[in-house]
Ligand binder design. Structure first.
Ligand code: MLT
Length: 395
């Protein structure tokens, strides 16, 4: 018996587990301190009424012999896939139901999708970015190249003719920096992928936060993307489903490599290894996409964006460099006084009782940066920023 040696190449723990442990240790040692969490991007507002009503109705159906449901289609119920297609149609994107696959979240799909690609494929990943892309490729033993995101390129790396990659990850709005690709930039990526016969894995889990109407919220708004891109999205941040679990992945029929439609492979993978999302949860997700649901979640999204504004205003008043927050729930700031990301993490926790996420956890280029989220409740966000404004930064 041999273990998968690739796991030994990973860092000991997943970034957010490391933070959770550090915070728990701190709380145990300082039980009287009120710690405000602005680290992991977990939502705080409850599910909206349209969603809970749909869930309650679905629960009743499950308790009644006439309406009870057992196994559903692994790729999701038609009613939800249809609602997702209509959501895309409103963005000017035409999808067929069987191009959409419902799952328990974008994180799972982003890892699982690698099953359909050969290990020999080269992978190009932005740095800094959501750590799941890197970790899942290390687990699979794939060779990874990184593309630099930095202040000069607005944390939006662009294709470079000298780099060859088979699989390219793009995250827009970006986690952690909040940067969003515009149409021209995404078009350049689509050209590059088509020319190189690469596949783009486009993570748009935060698309609902894009307030600027000129910015794309789906890669399929870009010509040719259906021939080179798989898109991942989720109800987690859109509608507060972090604990409810539902996401969706789109694999267009037009995406063919080596004579094989990737849609067919993903269907084969999902029907074999996945048994679908609970009926109650899929009804809840369907309710998000009704007019009523969309209106209700807009209030939550506006609330979170107002939180990021409070954070942004504080940083501006302190003269701290930052980006993001306008079209995304994250603020990406430069650690004051040249502190390293983890130094600033400890400093902020100890002096102000605020938990953020060290930029170094998102890659080499994240060193010296720090992420704060707008997902807290208003009172905590205001309290945290009040404390932040008062701390004495070390020299
Ligand atoms: C984050 O804080 O980056 C996210 O909550 C992680 C996730 O969505 O899995």
């Amino acid at each position: 018996m041999n273990i998968n040696q690739n796991y030994l190449k990973l860092q000991d723990s997943y970034l957010f587990s490391v933070i959770a442990k550090k915070v728990n240790d701190y709380r145990e040692a300082n039980p009287d301190k009120n710690v405000i969490r602005m680290g992991i991007g977990d939502v705080t507002l409850p599910l909206v009424p349209a969603v809970t009503e749909a869930m309650q109705k679905a629960v009743s159906e499950m308790g009644n012999a006439e309406t009870f449901r057992g196994y559903g289609d692994e790729q999701g119920y038609g009613f939800l896939r249809q609602a997702i297609c209509e959501y895309y149609a409103a963005k000017g994107v035409s999808l067929q139901q069987d191009e959409v696959f419902v799952s328990d979240g974008a994180k799972s799909d982003l890892g699982n999708i690698l099953d359909i690609f050969a290990t020999e494929n080269s992978v190009l990943i932005p740095d800094p970015v959501y750590p799941v892309y890197v970790d899942t490729n290390i687990m699979a033993g794939r060779s990874i190249s990184y593309m630099d995101g930095n202040e000069q390129n607005g944390f939006l790396p662009m294709p470079d003719s000298g780099t060859r990659a088979d699989i390219i990850y793009l995250c827009s709005p970006n986690n952690p920096t909040g940067a969003v690709y515009n149409r021209k930039q995404l078009q350049a990526w689509v050209h590059y992928a088509l020319e190189n016969e690469a596949v783009i894995l486009f993570d748009c889990a935060y698309e609902i936060f894009v307030a600027d109407k000129a910015l794309p919220t789906s890669i399929y708004q870009i010509d040719g993307a259906e021939k080179c891109a798989i898109e991942f999205c989720s109800f987690s941040k859109t509608a507060g489903f972090t604990g409810t679990r539902c996401g969706y992945t789109t694999v267009p029929h037009a995406l063919v490599r080596g004579g094989t439609a990737l849609n067919k492979l993903w269907l084969r993978r999902q029907t074999t290894k996945f048994n679908g999302v609970p009926y109650v949860v899929q009804r809840a997700a369907q309710a998000v996409l009704t007019d009523e649901g969309l209106q209700q979640i807009k209030t939550s999204i506006d609330y979170y964006l107002q939180n990021t504004k409070i954070i942004a205003d504080t940083l501006t008043s302190l003269g701290i460099w930052f980006c993001g927050g306008v079209n995304a729930p994250y603020i990406w700031l430069k650690c004051p006084k040249n502190m390293s990301s983890w130094e600033f993490f400890d400093f902020l926790l100890e002096t102000a009782g605020i938990v953020g996420t060290p930029g170094a956890g998102f890659g080499r280029n994240g060193e010296g940066f720090f992420r704060l989220t707008g997902f807290g409740n208003r009172g905590n966000t205001e309290e945290a920023m009040g404390r932040f404004a008062k701390i004495n930064m070390p020299l």
